[in-house]
Design a protein around this ligand. Structure first.
Ligand code: SF4
Length: 181
């Protein structure tokens, strides 16, 4: 369980960030599903194109084991307003802002002496073109993989955390997860 004083320090610093909702969970409360991985494989154009996505991140079982090494989980959301949520060309670029905030939250945890594994709501967008598969990841220490790519069932995560999965018409809701120990 997170030390209360450390939790307070983290929550104080979160006030400066545009986080909409957040919750603290035990690491074991996260549910994984092979079915999520199948949806990635069938429907996501990023599948097989990034170090931050499957199959590069390993099997769902390997992802579960990696996450299982952490003591707790911090779940949060950010939002972005768009004119048409169905237009991926408009909605996808908003993930960059969320990824930056995820990185900032990870730094807050690290500043408190915690080891972290950060996951974000979409594939890593850090480089213009991902180095996968020909070269190693250019930022392996700080790259943030995709939550769904790990096989995590985000609607269940939202339900367990008591966090809204959606926030209204033409509002993109991005989820982030910081595993800590
Ligand atoms: S940091 Fe660059 S090379 Fe690494 S996963 Fe992200 S886009 Fe790909």
């Amino acid at each position: 369980m997170m030390d209360k004083a450390v939790q307070n320090r983290i929550e104080e610093r979160l006030l400066a960030l545009p986080v909409v909702q957040y919750a603290w969970l035990e690491g074991g409360e996260i549910e994984f599903s092979q079915r999520v991985r199948e949806i990635c494989r069938r429907e996501c154009p990023r599948y097989g194109t990034s170090w931050a996505c499957p199959p590069a991140v390993g099997t769902v079982e390997e992802c579960r084991e990696r996450c299982g090494q952490y003591e707790g989980a911090f779940v949060f959301t950010t939002i972005a307003e768009v004119s048409d949520i169905e237009n991926l060309e408009e909605t996808l670029p908003t993930r960059r802002g969320h990824e930056a905030i995820t990185g900032q939250i990870r730094e807050i945890f690290r500043d408190c002496g915690l080891e972290t594994l950060a996951l974000s709501g979409n594939s890593c967008a850090r480089c213009g073109k991902c180095a996968y598969p020909g070269e190693p990841c250019r930022h392996a220490d700080s790259m943030i993989p995709c939550i769904e790519g790990y096989g995590i069932v985000v609607p269940l995560l939202a339900e367990k955390a008591g966090i809204a999965f959606e926030n209204g018409r033409n509002i993109v809701t991005w989820f982030g997860l910081i595993l800590w120990k």
